[in-house]
Design a protein around this ligand. Structure first.
Ligand code: DGL
Length: 267
């Protein structure tokens, strides 16, 4: 591995672009190769077997592109496929998920007493957040709720649908009542963080991996002498498994300079 190699990032759709944008901001000299598996979105409702299969193929693709680091920018795939992918990428690429950086933060924040986790069916039924938090913070009361419609709602981004109260219906569920902190356990959710904060009148701390992943990756690259210092910009590459002009439009939200989106059949 060497510092000139790119960083691979993948998700089922636009959620991972939030992570790609965060990486681009913290590590502006790095080249990003992004893969959005739009053909199989949403991942959160798929079986573990399928999520493993798709993640495996995408990582294969990113390894062929010689990525020195790969970020699983999807909580569902992080929850289900991380251990498997760690073996696959061993010594070929550094591997990151979007769950561990948040867990590290939660471990240290002594003000957290009652935490709620929202995410896809796959993430919530894996219990990954609950198990990891309880390892070091038995004092925290963890409550979780699957909010399966949110990722598709965010992909659709239809203002009228937001006004139907879908977000509020989920957040008012008794399961996640009386919390002081809410984890956005899906990389799509930061896109509606303002709606979520407003629901709680800004009285609940909202956590997402967006604010933590950049430093985590930077530190690991530094430790492994893989940080790229050259300011000679290398173009990011964006791939999807099913091209839509909708996705092309979305990339502009995060990367305003024109992006060439390529369809790649890797399955
Ligand atoms: N962005 C993915 C995650 O963080 C979820 C979207 C999906 O269900 O595909 O879990």
């Amino acid at each position: 591995m060497n510092s000139e190699q790119p960083i691979g990032i993948f998700d089922s759709g636009i959620g991972g672009l939030t992570i790609a944008a965060a990486i681009n901001e913290t590590l502006p000299n790095e080249q990003i190769i992004y893969f959005g598996d739009t053909q199989h979105l949403p991942y959160g409702d798929k079986s573990n077997k399928k999520i493993l299969f798709y993640s495996d193929r995408i990582v294969e693709f990113l390894l062929k592109k010689k990525c020195k680091a790969i970020i699983i920018a999807c909580n569902s795939a992080s929850a289900i496929a991380y251990d498997f992918l760690e073996k696959k990428t061993h010594k070929k690429s550094l591997l990151f998920n979007v769950i561990n950086p948040l867990i590290k933060y939660i471990e240290k924040d002594i003000n957290i007493k009652n935490i709620g986790i929202i995410g896809t069916n796959a993430t919530i039924s894996s219990n990954v957040y609950q198990k990891s938090i309880k390892l070091t913070r038995k004092d925290i009361n963890v409550k979780s709720l699957a909010t399966p419609l949110l990722a598709s709602l965010i992909e659709e981004n239809n203002q009228k649908l937001y006004q139907k109260g879908i977000v509020e219906t989920y957040l008012s569920d008794n399961t996640i009542k009386n919390i002081d902190t809410l984890v956005l356990g899906c990389t799509h959710y930061p896109l509606i963080e303002s709606i979520i904060s407003k629901y709680y009148n800004e009285n609940v701390k909202i956590l997402s991996s967006l604010n933590h992943i950049g430093n985590e990756v930077k530190q690991k690259l530094q430790q492994n002498k893989l940080l790229r210092f050259s300011q000679n910009k290398l173009k990011h590459n964006f791939y999807v498994s099913d091209y839509t002009s909708h996705f092309q439009q979305k990339t502009k939200l995060f990367f305003p300079s024109s992006i060439i989106l390529k369809e790649e059949n890797i399955f």
